[in-house]
Design a protein around this ligand. Structure first.
Ligand SMILES: Cc1cc2nc3c(=O)[nH]c(=O)nc-3n(C[C@H](O)[C@H](O)[C@H](O)COP(=O)(O)O)c2cc1C
Length: 216
């Protein structure tokens, strides 16, 4: 598949087929993802791959914690966000809500769905050692960017899951990781359920004039 086509086509997958992704396929995907550039080639990412029954066990734990602690997906902002950004969040809701079963609340769907990795057979969890500065989150972002595009090129669907950072301690314990590892993001990986309406919804992007400042 052409790279530019993949960039244009890719959208997050929120319904997956009940079909495992083979180990060799995941290895190929991770080999491609880790071709991402990183500052001084430090490759600060650490990657855990959780599949099958283990993925379900992890999700049961996350859903339990989400309900106990009433965790909900949000922008994670420390200050009030500009209206234009808030409107982009509303646009995502307007894009997804019509694809949900009647009576399904958008936030409940996203919260439960995220903890369940939307039923994907594999969850990839990216962590970074706290010895690195927060600037290295950029590197993790790049590897996730490569991962979602490579997956698309390989016929796989993905959805980045930032909500899991709310359960950092639980995930660390689950993965048997020491305290100095920070959970940055998860990615649901699997085969797309093409029949599901949610996978046909396409979020839009702000026009360039809203996000680019030219100086020439
Ligand atoms: C860092 C990051 C965290 C995200 N976290 C979640 C999440 O927790 N749950 C979810 O459903 N989608 C999550 N997403 C997916 C975004 O909602 C999605 O990328 C965005 O709406 C744009 O849609 P698209 O991926 O279909 O182009 C996340 C995306 C990124 C990049």
């Amino acid at each position: 598949m052409d790279l530019l086509e993949a960039i244009q086509q890719r959208r997050s997958t929120r319904a997956f087929l009940d079909k495992p992704v083979e180990r060799e396929t995941l290895e190929r995907l991770l080999l491609l993802a880790t071709q991402a550039p990183s500052a001084i080639n430090m490759q600060p990412w650490e990657i855990a791959v959780v599949s099958g029954e283990e993925r379900q066990r992890l999700s049961r734990l996350l859903v339990k914690r989400m309900r106990e602690r009433r965790i909900s997906c949000g922008p994670g902002a420390t200050k009030r966000l500009p209206e234009v950004v808030v409107e982009r969040q509303r646009e995502l809701l307007r894009c997804i809500q019509p694809t949900l079963d009647e009576g399904t609340d958008f936030n409940d769907f996203i919260n439960e769905g995220s903890c369940n990795f939307y039923g994907a057979p594999t969850a990839i969890i990216l962590t970074v050692d706290e010895a690195f500065s927060s600037a290295r989150f950029t590197d993790i972002g790049l590897v996730v960017g490569y991962l979602v595009l490579a997956a698309h090129g390989m016929g796989l669907g993905t959805c980045p899951i930032g909500l899991i950072t709310a359960f950092e301690d639980d995930i660390r314990e689950y993965l048997n990781l020491p305290e100095e590892k920070k959970v940055v993001v998860g990615v649901a990986v699997g085969y797309r359920d093409e029949a599901s309406p949610i996978n046909r919804s396409r979020s839009s992007r702000a026009p360039l004039k809203e996000v680019v400042r030219w100086r020439e």
